[in-house]
Design a protein around this ligand. Structure first.
Ligand SMILES: *Cc1c(COP(=O)(O)O)cnc(C)c1O
Length: 220
C-alpha cells in the first residue's frame, strides 16, 4: 500500500502517521521522506542511532520499543517522542539525559492493554503513582504528551476494539486527574498495520504503521 492511500485514511481523523522503519534500510526511509513523510518509528536504540546521522536532520524519530535506562543517553540529543515509558526510573533517566542536552523530551506512558503475558507496559495504578510522585513533579526536562498501547495479536475485532477503548479510558482518566489544563497531553498512540482503521475510529492520534508501508521486514 502506498503512503498516499494510508494518509488519505489517517488525515480525516486529524491523526498523524508514524512510518515504522525498523529493519528497513535508510534508502527506503529516504524514499518515503521524499514523498513528504517526516515521522519515523524505530524500536531499537542501536538501530535508530545508526540510521539517524545517515538521514535528513528534520526527520522526527519516534522510539516505540522497550527502552533500557542505560541507552537513553544515545538518543537523548535528537529523539522526537519516546512512546515506551514504563517506569519512574526510566523517566528519571530521560529527565537527566534531556537536561544534559538542554532540552525537554516529550514522552508517552505505555500501558499494558493486551491479554498476552509477554506484552509490557503499566497499569493505571502504576501510572497514577508515577504522576502523583514528588520525583515526577520535580522533573523539568520531560513532558508527558499522552499514552501508548499495543493490542493482542488476534483477528478478533471485538477484542481489539475493546482494548483500544480501554486505552482511551486510561487516557481520559489521566487527562482529567493530572492534565486538565495541559494542551500537550493529547496523544493516543495506538494502531498498527492490521488495526489502524479501528484505532482511528477509537480516537487514535498517532498510528504506527510498518508492514503496510514497507512490506515484510528485512534486516538493516
Ligand atoms: C513493529 C511495530 C509496529 C508496526 O507494526 P506493523 O504491524 O508492521 O505495522 C508498531 N508499533 C510497535 C510498538 C512496533 O514494535
Amino acid at each position: 500500500m502506498i503512503l498516499h492511500d494510508i494518509l488519505a485514511e489517517v488525515q480525516p481523523f486529524g491523526a498523524r502517521l508514524i512510518a515504522v522503519s525498523k529493519t528497513h534500510p535508510p534508502d527506503k526511509i529516504l524514499a518515503l521522506y521524499q514523498q513528504g513523510q517526516r515521522d519515523f518509528g524505530e524500536n531499537r536504540v542501536q538501530e535508530m542511532m545508526e540510521k539517524q546521522p545517515l538521514l535528513p536532520a528534520d526527520i522526527r524519530w519516534h522510539l516505540i520499543g522497550r527502552l533500557q535506562s542505560n541507552k537513553v543517553k544515545y538518543i537523548a540529543p535528537f529523539v522526537h517522542l519516546i512512546h515506551s515509558v514504563d517506569s519512574l526510573k526510566l523517566l528519571q533517566e530521560i529527565d537527566k539525559q534531556a537536561a544534559k542536552n538542554n532540552r525537554i523530551i516529550p514522552c508517552l506512558l505505555e500501558f499494558r492493554i493486551a491479554s498476552e503475558e509477554s506484552k509490557s507496559g503499566l497499569y493505571l495504578d502504576d501510572a497514577i503513582s508515577i504522576l502523583a510522585s514528588e520525583a515526577f513533579r520535580a522533573m523539568k526536562h520531560v513532558k508527558i504528551h499522552g499514552v501508548m498501547g499495543i493490542t493482542t495479536l488476534t483477528d478478533d475485532q471485538t477484542q481489539i476494539r475493546a482494548e483500544f477503548r480501554h486505552l482511551r479510558q486510561i487516557f481520559d482518566h489521566l487527562k482529567n486527574q493530572f492534565f486538565p489544563e495541559d494542551p500537550d497531553f493529547r496523544e493516543l498512540s495506538m494502531g498498527m498495520s492490521g488495526d489502524y482503521i479501528l484505532a482511528l475510529e477509537e480516537g487514535s492520534t498517532l498510528v504506527r504503521v510498518g508492514t503496510l508501508l514497507f512490506g515484510p521486514r528485512e534486516y538493516f
